[in-house]
Write a protein that binds this ligand. Structure first.
Ligand code: ATP
Ligand code: MG
Length: 599
């Protein structure tokens, strides 16, 4: 099997993690540097560690967030910077503003905004105030907003005038828990719509030296809704103590160094965009790029080049879109500062890892985690070779297992390598979720034999690398075989004509389920019967007749969640003429310029 070997030449700076085995053996969560020592004994607050600590320290004048604004009429990309001290001042003010509105520790602040400075100020300010923050994706329509706000019993909504007028005003009377709506005026008109408060007026009137709420590590900090890939989204509760995880994973999985320019392409409406788009980079005092616009291949290459991005954290769906756009585009750009690329959110096909090496000069480091884990668990790191197609190995401080569920309802750890089973984690890492809001039984059912069950199927090889097989719900049972969609999709995306593939099982009286693939093609490739037959043959050669798809259908696009994941359950429901279920997170056409970016 092809392995991408790491050599000293791969690293223009010395990685934070060099000896994986030793780091794992010696690691204790209690050894993580105290990030909130300045708050006094027993205190912990994410905003303190991420912002206050730097705003008064040596990083004060460094750029914390660089917003890349939409191109002007001349096509030029402009930027606006917030230094750590400026961000600190605004975050202090926002926490003061909330306090003067009677919003305190434990109250819930929901944000529904595009990626503008106000979103970051509001989220960090609310954390600093001890309030529980729930960032909602700005492209949600009124119904998904109403559902989540009701589940979360929001006390405050922070949004923009455009979103308020289009989506929230009409459902306001269905949101009785909401005491205040704070609105950022998008510059179209002054003041604030009736029944709302103006963001900047609140900020200007607030105390710039508002004291931080003395929260503790176990106090709730964030409420994140899952992507809804497999069903109705769940609200996962996270605590301030998670900050230790965001710090350690920024160090080991993203290899952040203080002089990095870092770009996480995820929207803060999803957990990646908060944990690694806001918290982790600020903890490390780096400069983060925030792109305010939606995905565009040319623009993304331009940002990587012009902003001198050194560490880039993105997602398979974005990588597939860049691949689809063709090789001519990246050939027009240079990325001399880029030194580390990582990806999360979906399985990363081996071909995408190689594409990174070929086109950007660097392999892509896949890593695995989920909303519930709050931080990266399994990763390819600078410290070891990459086996393309593998998610990597558990980070120091994380214990991951493959488990088998027996007929007598017991769950046991599988010791032999290369056996498929459910991926399970030993609780104890700091960013572990503390519950699903309003679904205690579901939370309890996520544990067995002292382990947290992730709902994903995987296998572990003899070298300790984990390989994703599929979600429990997506696995196909055909003629006695268990088929993971990822393996089949990877074989198809391996073909030069294929951009993206999604595989489902169709009920079949003879074999149980028949494997069917939906395929999108790269730009310029013509979909015809010859190509279909060629792809069927290609897959059969790679996978064998038992696993290869029996049917391939060409489609213009696959259904994705707005966080960029392929929704196989929707393909299946459509194919079988069944109800589509919860579609609140499905990716829709952007209805304002900052929406629709994959995370
Ligand atoms: P829901 O739980 O509502 O169905 P979701 O599981 O997609 O949605 P997230 O928490 O955003 O919501 O996604 C986590 C899931 O994404 C993981 O459980 C896994 O299935 C998938 N995933 C994330 N990273 C990877 C990866 N590197 N390889 C394979 N799958 C991944
Ligand atoms: Mg999930």
């Amino acid at each position: 099997m092809d392995v991408i070997r790491k050599t000293p030449h791969d690293c223009s700076v010395r990685p934070n993690l060099t000896d994986y085995e030793q780091a794992r053996a010696q690691f204790h969560w209690s050894d993580v540097p105290p990030l909130c020592a300045g708050m006094g004994p027993g205190r912990c607050n994410i905003a303190y560690a991420a912002v206050d600590r730097h705003a008064e320290g040596p990083a004060a004048t460094r750029t914390a967030l660089r917003f890349v604004t939409d191109a002007g009429s001349d096509g030029a990309i402009t930027t606006r910077d917030l230094s750590y001290s400026e961000l600190g001042r605004l975050v202090r003010r926002f926490s003061g503003a909330l306090r003067s509105l009677g919003i305190h520790r434990g109250n819930r602040v929901f944000t529904i905004m595009n990626r503008s400075p106000e979103l970051y100020i509001a989220m960090l300010g609310a954390l600093r105030n001890g309030s529980v923050v729930s960032p909602l994706f700005s492209a949600f329509g009124p119904e998904p907003i109403a559902t989540r706000v009701s589940i979360g019993q929001a006390d405050v909504l922070v949004t923009t005038r455009a979103i308020y007028e289009r989506k929230i005003a009409k459902i306001r009377d269905r949101l009785p828990s909401v005491r205040h709506v704070v609105v950022v005026d998008d510059g179209k008109a002054g003041g604030a719509p009736p029944g709302t408060l103006n963001f900047w007026e609140c900020l200007d009137a607030a105390d710039e030296n508002a004291p931080i709420e003395p929260t503790a590590a176990d106090d709730p900090a964030l409420l994140h809704f899952t992507s809804g890939t497999t069903g109705t989204p769940k609200g996962a509760i996270h605590v301030h103590g998670a900050v230790a995880m965001h710090y350690v994973t920024g160090l080991y999985a993203l290899d952040l160094h203080p002089d990095d320019t870092y770009w996480c392409t995820a929207d803060p409406g999803w957990v990646t965009g908060t944990s690694y788009g806001i918290i982790s980079p600020l903890l490390h005092g780096v400069t983060s790029i925030v792109d305010e616009a939606e995905f565009d291949a040319r623009r993304w290459y331009q940002i990587l080049q012009d902003q001198g991005v050194s560490v880039w954290y993105t997602a398979p769906t974005a990588i597939r879109m860049l691949i689809k756009a063709g090789p001519e585009l990246p050939a027009q750009y240079r990325f001399p500062r880029l030194r580390f690329i990582a990806s999360v959110g979906e399985p990363l096909n081996p071909e995408a890892v190689w594409w990174g090496k070929r086109v950007l000069g660097l392999p892509i480091h896949d890593n695995w985690w989920q909303t519930e884990t709050g931080g990266i668990m399994i990763a390819n790191t600078p410290a070891f070779d990459i086996k393309p197609g593998s998610m990597g190995r558990p980070l120091p401080g994380v214990d991951a297992y493959i488990v088998r569920h027996n007929d007598d309802d017991t769950t046991e750890v599988v010791d032999e390598p290369d056996v498929e089973g459910e991926l399970a984690l030993k609780p104890g890492w700091p960013s572990m979720f503390r519950g699903y809001l309003g679904a205690e039984e579901r939370y309890r059912n996520s544990f067995a034999n002292g382990l947290y069950l992730t709902g994903d199927l995987a296998k572990k090889d003899a070298d300790g690398y984990f390989w994703f097989v599929g979600r429990k719900d997506d696995v196909i049972k055909s003629a006695g075989h268990l088929i993971g969609p990822f393996e089949v999709e990877s074989a198809l995306t391996d073909h030069p004509a294929v951009a993206e593939a999604a595989v489902i099982g169709i009920p079949d009286p003879t074999v149980g389920e028949m494997v069917k693939a939906f395929v999108t093609l790269k730009n310029g490739v013509v979909a015809d019967e010859d190509l279909r037959l060629e792809l069927l043959g290609h897959a059969r050669k790679r996978l064998g007749a038992a696993v290869a798809p029996k049917d391939i259908e060409f489609v213009d696009a696959l259904p994705h969640t707005s966080s960029g994941k392929i929704m196989r359950r929707l393909l299946k429901a459509r194919e079988l003429g069944l109800p589509e279920g919860d579609t609140s997170t499905i990716e829709r056409q952007p209805d304002h310029r900052a929406e629709g970016v994959p995370s």
